[in-house]
Design a protein around this ligand. Structure first.
Ligand code: PEP
Ligand code: MN
Length: 344
């Protein structure tokens, strides 16, 4: 099958044939087919084939190029092609009950940070009872202030493993540093890349080598394209088990400095085959907005939620202001389940 047109370079009016041919030659060096259209006011060069390496060289700035029209995304692995089926990511199954993300609706719950053993295990039992099917808890914490609680690190991972043994819930926890990938992957069923690390390409490249799923959170200043290009690092590197997470974007216009971009959910689902979940906790940074935003996320068609839960939010060591109590989390699961029943 002939490759489809992926890119058109509209050349400046009256461009000399020698310069046009030079541009054509530069394109052809990329192994693509180039068709030339002449006769109109503007000559055009139509590129068929893999155009994304060309796009990285800013062809719109090349001498003699008037405009560039891009007809295919530059994240070919993350992009959804035609009616390609949606990817389903299975989390857990080895010492835990497997959960399929991308069909149905999945709720992930747990504290921002694992703070101590008894609480870490008890919260896993409580979120399970409330209806969560994956347990979250931070061990390596990316904190804005160096004076803030940095997480229990390795000890936190051990507690998460105990929580899984007790509840059979798969666990998700953040990996911040390439040096920690081994131990985090050993403990966790799903590795979270936090908002601050969405564009940590060394981390993404190494996680691409892993045979474990990755939960990629949207950088809080990232466009949809940048988000999907971050996912492309994982997919093109060999890890196709990727879940996207909308977690709010930074804006002075948003209460608390953040706006949960729910429009990103259908947009990501249209452009990509990857499952998309929503984090209304970091997406609001205020527990009073978590339940309404969770309902909205369920209604907008997200594949699941990531929600911070604490049994004593007033005394939580991180993100207590946005943590739901266990009774409020229980109510949230009931309400989002009801919303899903209506829209399905
Ligand atoms: C978290 O999940 O606790 C977290 C730090 O999230 P984010 O990276 O979205 O800020
Ligand atoms: Mn948090």
């Amino acid at each position: 099958m002939a490759a489809e047109t992926s890119l058109i370079l509209i050349l400046e009016a009256g461009i000399p044939a020698t310069r046009r041919n030079r541009i054509r030659g530069r394109l052809a060096e990329f192994g693509v087919e180039v068709r030339v259209t002449t006769g109109g006011e503007h000559d055009c060069l139509e590129v068929c084939g893999e155009h994304y390496p060309i796009l990285t060289l800013s062809p719109e700035s090349w001498e003699g190029v008037a405009r560039v029209v891009t007809l295919a995304p530059d994240y070919p692995h993350a992009a959804r092609k035609g009616d390609q089926p949606r990817t389903i990511v299975t989390v857990g199954g080895d010492g835990s009950d497997p959960v399929r993300i991308g069909e149905g609706f999945v709720v992930i719950g747990g504290p921002c940070s694992i703070e101590e053993e008894a609480r870490g295990i008890r919260l896993a039992e409580e979120v399970k009872r409330a209806g969560a099917s994956i347990y979250r808890g931070g061990a390596f914490k990316p904190r804005t202030s160096p004076y803030a609680f940095q997480g229990l690190q390795e000890r936190g991972l051990e507690i998460l493993v105990q929580a899984r043994e007790r509840t059979q819930l798969p666990i998700v926890t953040e990996v911040m540093d390439t040096a920690d990938i081994g131990k985090v992957a050993e403990a966790a069923d799903l590795l979270q890349v936090g908002s601050r690390n969405m564009q940590n390409y060394s981390l993404l490249k190494q996680l691409a080598q892993l045979r474990k799923p990755v939960l990629l959170k949207r950088g809080y200043a990232a466009t949809i394209r940048e988000f999907l290009l971050a996912a492309e690092y994982l997919l093109s590197g060999g890890n196709d088990q990727v879940i996207l997470c909308e977690r709010g974007i930074r804006s002075a216009a948003g209460e608390g400095g953040v706006i949960l971009d729910l429009g990103a959910v259908p947009e990501l689902q249209r452009r990509s085959h990857l499952p998309v979940i929503v984090d209304p906790s970091h997406g609001s940074s205020d527990r009073r907005r978590v339940l309404p935003l969770a309902r909205a996320a369920a209604a907008v068609g997200a594949d699941g939620l990531l929600v911070e839960v604490h049994d004593d939010p007033q005394h939580a060591l991180s993100d207590g202001q946005q943590a739901l109590s266990v009774p409020d989390f229980t109510r949230l699961v009931e309400e989002v389940t009801a919303v899903r029943r209506v829209i399905e």
